[in-house]
Design a protein around this ligand. Structure first.
Ligand SMILES: NC(=O)c1ccc[n+]([C@@H]2O[C@H](COP(=O)([O-])OP(=O)(O)OC[C@H]3O[C@@H](n4cnc5c(N)ncnc54)[C@H](O)[C@@H]3O)[C@@H](O)[C@H]2O)c1
Length: 251
């Protein structure tokens, strides 16, 4: 590879879009820390079998203790952290419902995983990113804050917060030579979507017809955007949200 290898933590990296990120970055020669509630060791083991440098850490992104241990594992295994990909999120298991039927606990749980999670992880990894001298944070947002679809108000609000957080952090961390960007996927046939039959509940507009490129989106459609934001060539790009959605919104 012509790129310098980096150590990359991917939260929610054991399945779905996160696993596709891990596999692609591993193929590019990067060192991978798979951080997930479940399946992290197994996913890292499969990456190692394919010749990658990878370690798995069982992590709940909501837990300060867990994310501190995640950062320590990355440092002890690979000597530092260059990139944090905040991918773990609650989406595919959510029931679609009118906002007045969303209970307060449900609202807070989505906010907890989708907004406190990235905040926790960024804080835990910040000292290592500062030492890296070429740190990157990539937050996985969504195009839903731009489209405002019904029946998922908690999720839409949480991803709007992720985009706002991205912008604020970009300004704060530029002095440390850390860039902070977001990727906004369109509706993607991830493992979780397929397991929860969400693709058959979401409607054709989100899935295909609302796009310029009218086909289903798969996790592999997103990996090139992440590779770009992680690359040496993206060092002057920060605070941005890159929509990867077949052209359903224009940012
Ligand atoms: N699939 C889509 O259509 C779509 C669209 C836009 C954005 N996104 C975002 O992309 C990301 C990945 O989505 P996906 O479809 O691959 O989801 P998924 O449900 O298939 O996978 C999510 C992964 O995150 C892990 N996870 C969940 N809660 C966690 C926690 N508290 N701590 C650590 N790990 C946790 C799960 O174990 C799982 O491995 C999410 O942030 C989601 O909001 C997805």
């Amino acid at each position: 590879m012509t790129e310098s290898p980096k150590t990359v933590i991917v939260t929610g990296g054991a399945s779905g879009i996160g696993l596709a990120f891990c596999e692609h970055l591993a193929n590019l020669g990067h060192r991978i820390v798979v951080a997930d509630l479940r399946g992290a060791d197994e996913a890292a083991g499969r990456l190692r079998e394919q010749g990658a440098q990878a370690v798995g850490v069982r992590t709940d992104v909501v837990s300060e203790d867990d994310v501190a241990a995640m950062a320590r594992s990355a440092e002890s295994e690979f000597g530092g952290v260059d990139v944090l990909v905040n991918n773990a999120g609650l989406f595919t298991t959510l029931a679609l419902k009118p906002f007045e039927q969303i209970g307060n606990a449900e609202w807070m749980r989505v906010m907890e995983v989708n907004t406190l999670g990235p905040f926790n992880c960024a804080k835990a990894v910040l000292p290592a990113l500062r030492r890296s001298g070429r740190g990157r944070v990539v937050n996985i947002a969504s195009i839903v804050p731009m489209k405002g679809p019904p029946n998922m108000a908690h999720y839409v609000a949480s991803k709007g917060a992720v985009i706002a957080f991205t912008r604020s952090l970009a300004r704060e961390l530029a002095k440390d030579r850390i860039t902070v960007n977001a990727i906004a996927p369109g509706f993607t046939l991830s493992d979780g979507v397929l397991q929860n039959d969400l693709h058959n509940r979401i409607g054709d507009n989100a899935r295909t017809t609302g796009r310029c490129i009218q086909r289903d989106q798969v996790a592999g459609d997103l990996v090139g955007a992440l590779a770009y934001l992680v690359s040496d060539g993206a060092a002057f790009v920060t605070g941005q949200t890159l929509a990867v959605d077949g052209g359903s919104v224009f940012l």
